[in-house]
Design a protein around this ligand. Structure first.
Ligand SMILES: Cc1cc2nc3c(=O)[nH]c(=O)nc-3n(C[C@H](O)[C@H](O)[C@H](O)COP(=O)(O)OP(=O)(O)OC[C@H]3O[C@@H](n4cnc5c(N)ncnc54)[C@H](O)[C@@H]3O)c2cc1C
Length: 280
């Protein structure tokens, strides 16, 4: 079991990792893609770094963590389950057990479709590797909203799932030729107690599962029961959420959406998590 699982490799997550290590804890940090900061042309308001590009500042942050032997693991966390006094973190199929969790996923731009939250775990899935086998010889829709959706659809087909691929983009040459392709977007997921189908442009399509493969997962879908206000995760002064042992830091907790706030919240979360581990 690791001490602290950190979800998100932006300033908040990296600061949490550095400070967890400084307190003698072993963190692992997971992040699925480049963060927004890399897009910033010029930053003037992070102390000690006048007139620096977001890309260069991110490189400095990463170099700092690397020099402390912390590697950001490029992967998406799809689900977190409280288990006894710890947490089972599902890293796209790999289960990592952690004493504490720090959520540092940045702003969530996820717009859920009707039926998605209600049927999550009852046919709605965010992870083909985790749930694919449940739908062998059944019909599963793969909704393309990330760079790896085609690969995941091909994987599902290869294990015996009958895949329908839904995308707004033109059909990819990489998609297996025996996968049905539908151009469009999902308006609704239907079903009473489990997925029975989807609605695309007013047409109902029968299906047993829907794999929604987005780059990010909404915090509420990641972990059940998380308290949210105005789209941001609620935290106390230790950056702990309403779920004991789960912390949040950075843009995900609210304004100001700034690097210095993200870095300091990462520090507070990691230090408090470390203290609690020491007390146990
Ligand atoms: C164009 C631009 C200019 C900016 N300029 C400034 C500026 O001048 N000064 C300033 O202070 N701030 C600026 N900001 C804001 C700053 O970038 C953010 O406040 C800061 O990056 C927040 O850090 P964070 O760690 O909370 O989140 P982020 O930097 O957003 O990092 C979150 C990371 O988590 C990853 N992630 C999300 N979900 C998952 C998941 N399920 N599994 C694994 N990983 C996941 C994301 O891919 C991302 O890499 C700017 C932002 C932009 C876009």
């Amino acid at each position: 079991m690791i001490d602290i699982a950190i979800i998100g490799g932006g300033p908040a997550g990296l600061s949490a990792a550095v400070n967890a290590l400084a307190r003698g804890k072993n963190p692992r940090i997971f992040s699925n893609k480049e963060n927004y900061l890399s897009k910033s042309e010029r930053i003037d308001n992070h102390l000690g770094f006048y007139n620096i590009s977001g890309k260069d500042l991110m490189k400095k942050f990463i170099d700092h963590t690397k020099s402390m032997n912390i590697e950001v693991e490029k992967n998406k966390v799809v689900n977190i389950l409280p288990f006894d006094e710890s947490f089972m973190v599902n890293v796209n199929g790999e289960i990592v057990e952690a004493k504490k969790v720090i959520l540092a996923m940045g702003i969530s731009k996820v717009k859920e479709v009707p039926g998605e939250a209600r049927l999550l775990g009852s046919g709605v899935s965010y992870c083909a590797t985790c749930d694919g086998m449940l739908y062998r010889n059944k019909i599963a829709v793969v909704w393309d909203q990330s760079h790896d959706a085609v690969e995941e659809a091909n994987f599902l087909q290869s294990i015996g799932v009958n895949v329908i691929f839904i995308s707004k983009k033109p059909k990819s040459q990489e998609l297996n030729s025996d996968i049905q392709f539908i151009s469009g977007t999902i308006d609704e997921i239907i079903g009473e107690i489990k997925v029975e189908g989807i609605v695309v442009d007013n047409n109902t399509i029968n299906a047993d599962a829907v794999f929604i493969l987005r780059e990010v997962v909404a915090p509420t879908a990641l972990i059940d029961g998380l308290s949210i206000e105005n789209g941001f995760i609620c935290v106390d002064k230790n950056m702990e959420t309403n779920i004991k042992g789960v912390y949040a830091a950075g843009d995900i907790t609210g304004k100001p959406l700034q690097i210095s706030k993200a870095v300091s919240e990462g520090l507070i979360a990691a230090q408090h998590a470390a203290q609690e581990i020491d007390k146990a």
